[in-house]
Write a protein of this length. Sequence first.
Length: 249
Amino acid sequence: MERKAISIVCPSKGRANNVLTKKLIEDLILVVPAYEVEAYEEHNPECTIVAEPEHVRGITASRQFIIDTFPNVFMIDDDIVSIRKNWIEKGEEYLVQDPDEVNDIIQRAGDIATDIGAKMFGFANLRDPLHYVSHKPIGFTGYLNASYTGYLEGHELAYDVSYPEGEDHYMSCLNVYKNRYMFIDHRYSFVTQGNFVAEGGCNLDRTKEDMLLTTLKLRKTFGDVIKIKKPTAGKSKLREGERTVSFPF
């Protein structure tokens, strides 16, 4: 099957001088509000800067603009600092920070998704490699974090731009409903810096009330595949309204 070139695109806002991901991705495309284009061009001359139309407001609308603009795309957040090899034993080198290797990992996942007919692909959402299950290195249904998710031409998916957050849960469910499966490479996790606490980005908009209302809305739309997160040994402190997905197949 023909190899599809994957555009690696990063929605960003309020972080012109702090785009960490560009250290990992060569030829990174930054999609930013029109009023911030000049600042992003000044601080990120090595990147391609694309201005959002004025009607695009909020991260969900930004992601919709990206999948409308780029037919084969991997969306990545601006605060990714490395990729982690989840199968590596403690004490061995487990972080990937070489741009060529990072690009190969992303492109390979897109190639596999293309070969199996999947329209959505991504990587493990693991905070700790101890949660990696070695006899399940890949998956075909599950939650794909919007911070590192790819879409292939013909996916026929669209965001509900009324969601202020939780757009990744929405799209994971919608994809399973429409396309039945995706490709998830559990061997790798993308490591972010300062989620929920860093300045700029989604943290300009995200609130506890938004999370609670989004969880209720997702439950009404997709039913009991939306689960309220419970504390675990790996994550004992949760924000009110945090959720996960669990598909029956």
